[in-house]
Design a protein around this ligand. Structure first.
Ligand SMILES: [Zn+2]
Length: 414
């Protein structure tokens, strides 16, 4: 057997994924899910009913911290507002993180009461990311119940700032704090088991603001109007050509300004989301937005009948930027996911998307984003729903992936 003994040292970890269920403790953790599914569903309802608008995740974070502590993890909330529960490994110098974002897109005051009917639940945020957070709590329970001792330390993270204008600040802080030790990040976002995001879609969010003196609709007619300028600039911008490949998109998602129908407004603003498989295209599109807004202002000033009544100012600001990146096809993390898929009889298609995984991926740290099982739909809408049927397979897939990449301490024979 000389060939086998000459195998490279990383071989055991590669192979561990498929051997994991042979470990009695891992098996006990896997077996924890099915009899406890109604507990997991109840957790999802409880978490979803605690509002977590962007920048207001504290109440939900406190509840998640308490649950991780109850599961037996050392839990804390960091300065950014992330919840971190630690399961110490044999090797504390290497860390893998499993993270679910706590925040929703919904503003304060949104009715987040969950309506249940059999295995189906409906409420804003129930799937994105009630599913991920409930899975995080379930995984912590399962590994602690089964006394699984990982090789590498595992951090169970409920992170802030994934949605809206959060700009991934929670994940940025996690990566910043643990950089150097952080070997892999598994992001749980929403439901499903059909995909694995290994490629980070780069995006930028921009706000254009045009201001002017403002006045009366009748007596100040002819004064340059910020809304007119914004509309002129917007029309130019939406006529910008973007390539199909590398796929590049833009969306004017918000537009506001003015105070009443019979006033010349003193300001107008719009928010734009641009995404691309290419950073160069993003840069080009960002410049195009600036040029179009400048041109819109110029057009409006040129056509203003009474320029003595003041001039318009404009600026375009970057609200947030998500860097791109890609994980190597032969990465140990993808191998761990594939091995997990094999055990649960699942198949995953590789996707490019914009998630918390963008941050580690952009820095060359292995990271994936996956669903946490079951099925769901209507994300970011008031009609959002989740169906827990079959969620066990999703939970097992996540558990095997995370333990596949953390490694598990050998069982001692007595
Ligand atoms: Zn999400």
């Amino acid at each position: 057997m000389p060939v086998r003994s000459a195998a490279p040292s990383h071989a055991p970890r590669q192979a561990q994924g498929s051997r994991l269920p042979d470990n009695a403790r891992v098996r006990a953790a896997l077996d924890w899910f099915t009899p406890n599914i109604s507990w997991v569903n109840d957790q999802q309802v409880r978490i979803t009913e605690i509002p977590a608008p962007p920048f207001q995740e504290a109440q939900r974070a406190a509840a998640v911290k308490e649950s991780l502590a109850e599961a037996g993890l050392t839990a804390q909330i960091d300065r950014t507002g992330n919840v971190i529960g630690e399961l110490r490994g044999v090797n504390e110098k290497e860390i893998v993180a499993i993270a679910a974002h706590l925040d929703t897109v919904f503003p304060p005051g949104t009715d987040v009461k969950v309506h249940r009917e059999g295995s189906r639940m409906a409420a804003p945020g129930i799937s994105d990311n009630g599913t991920g957070v409930a899975a995080l709590l379930a995984l912590a329970r399962a590994v602690q119940f089964a006394h699984v001792k990982p090789q590498r330390t595992i951090l169970f993270v409920g992170d802030v700032g994934e949605e809206g204008e959060g700009n991934l600040r929670g994940m940025r802080a996690i990566v910043d704090t643990y950089r150097g030790k952080l070997k892999a990040v598994v992001v749980l976002d929403g439901s499903g088991t059909d995909h694995v995001t290994t490629k980070a879609l780069a995006s930028r969010r921009l706000e254009a603001l045009i201001t002017g003196p403002g006045g009366h609709s009748w007596s100040d007619f002819g004064m340059p109007n910020p809304i007119n300028a914004l509309v002129r600039g917007s029309v130019r911008f939406i006529n910008t050509k973007v390539p199909a490949s590398p796929r590049t998109t833009f969306n004017i998602g918000q537009i506001e300004g003015g105070t009443s129908v019979n006033s010349v407004p003193h300001e107008a603003r719009l928010k734009v989301d641009i995404r691309s498989e290419s950073e160069d295209e993003l840069t080009r599109l960002e410049s195009a937005l600036r040029e179009c807004i400048a041109a819109g202002v110029r057009d409006e000033m040129d056509s203003a009948r009474d320029r003595s009544k003041g001039k318009l100012e404009w600026k375009v600001e970057l609200l947030g930027s998500r860097p791109g990146g890609e994980m190597a096809a032969d990465s140990p993390l993808l191998a761990a996911l594939r091995a997990a898929d094999e055990v649960v009889g699942n198949q995953s298609r590789i996707e490019r998307s914009s998630t918390d995984a963008n941050i580690p991926l952009s820095l060359g740290i292995d990271a994936i984003s996956i669903g946490a099982g079951g099925s769901g739909g209507g994300a970011h809408s008031l009609q959002e729903w989740y169906d827990s049927a079959g969620r066990e397979a999703g939970l097992k897939r996540v558990l095997l992936t995370i333990l596949g990449i953390s490694g598990v301490a050998e069982e001692k024979s007595r």
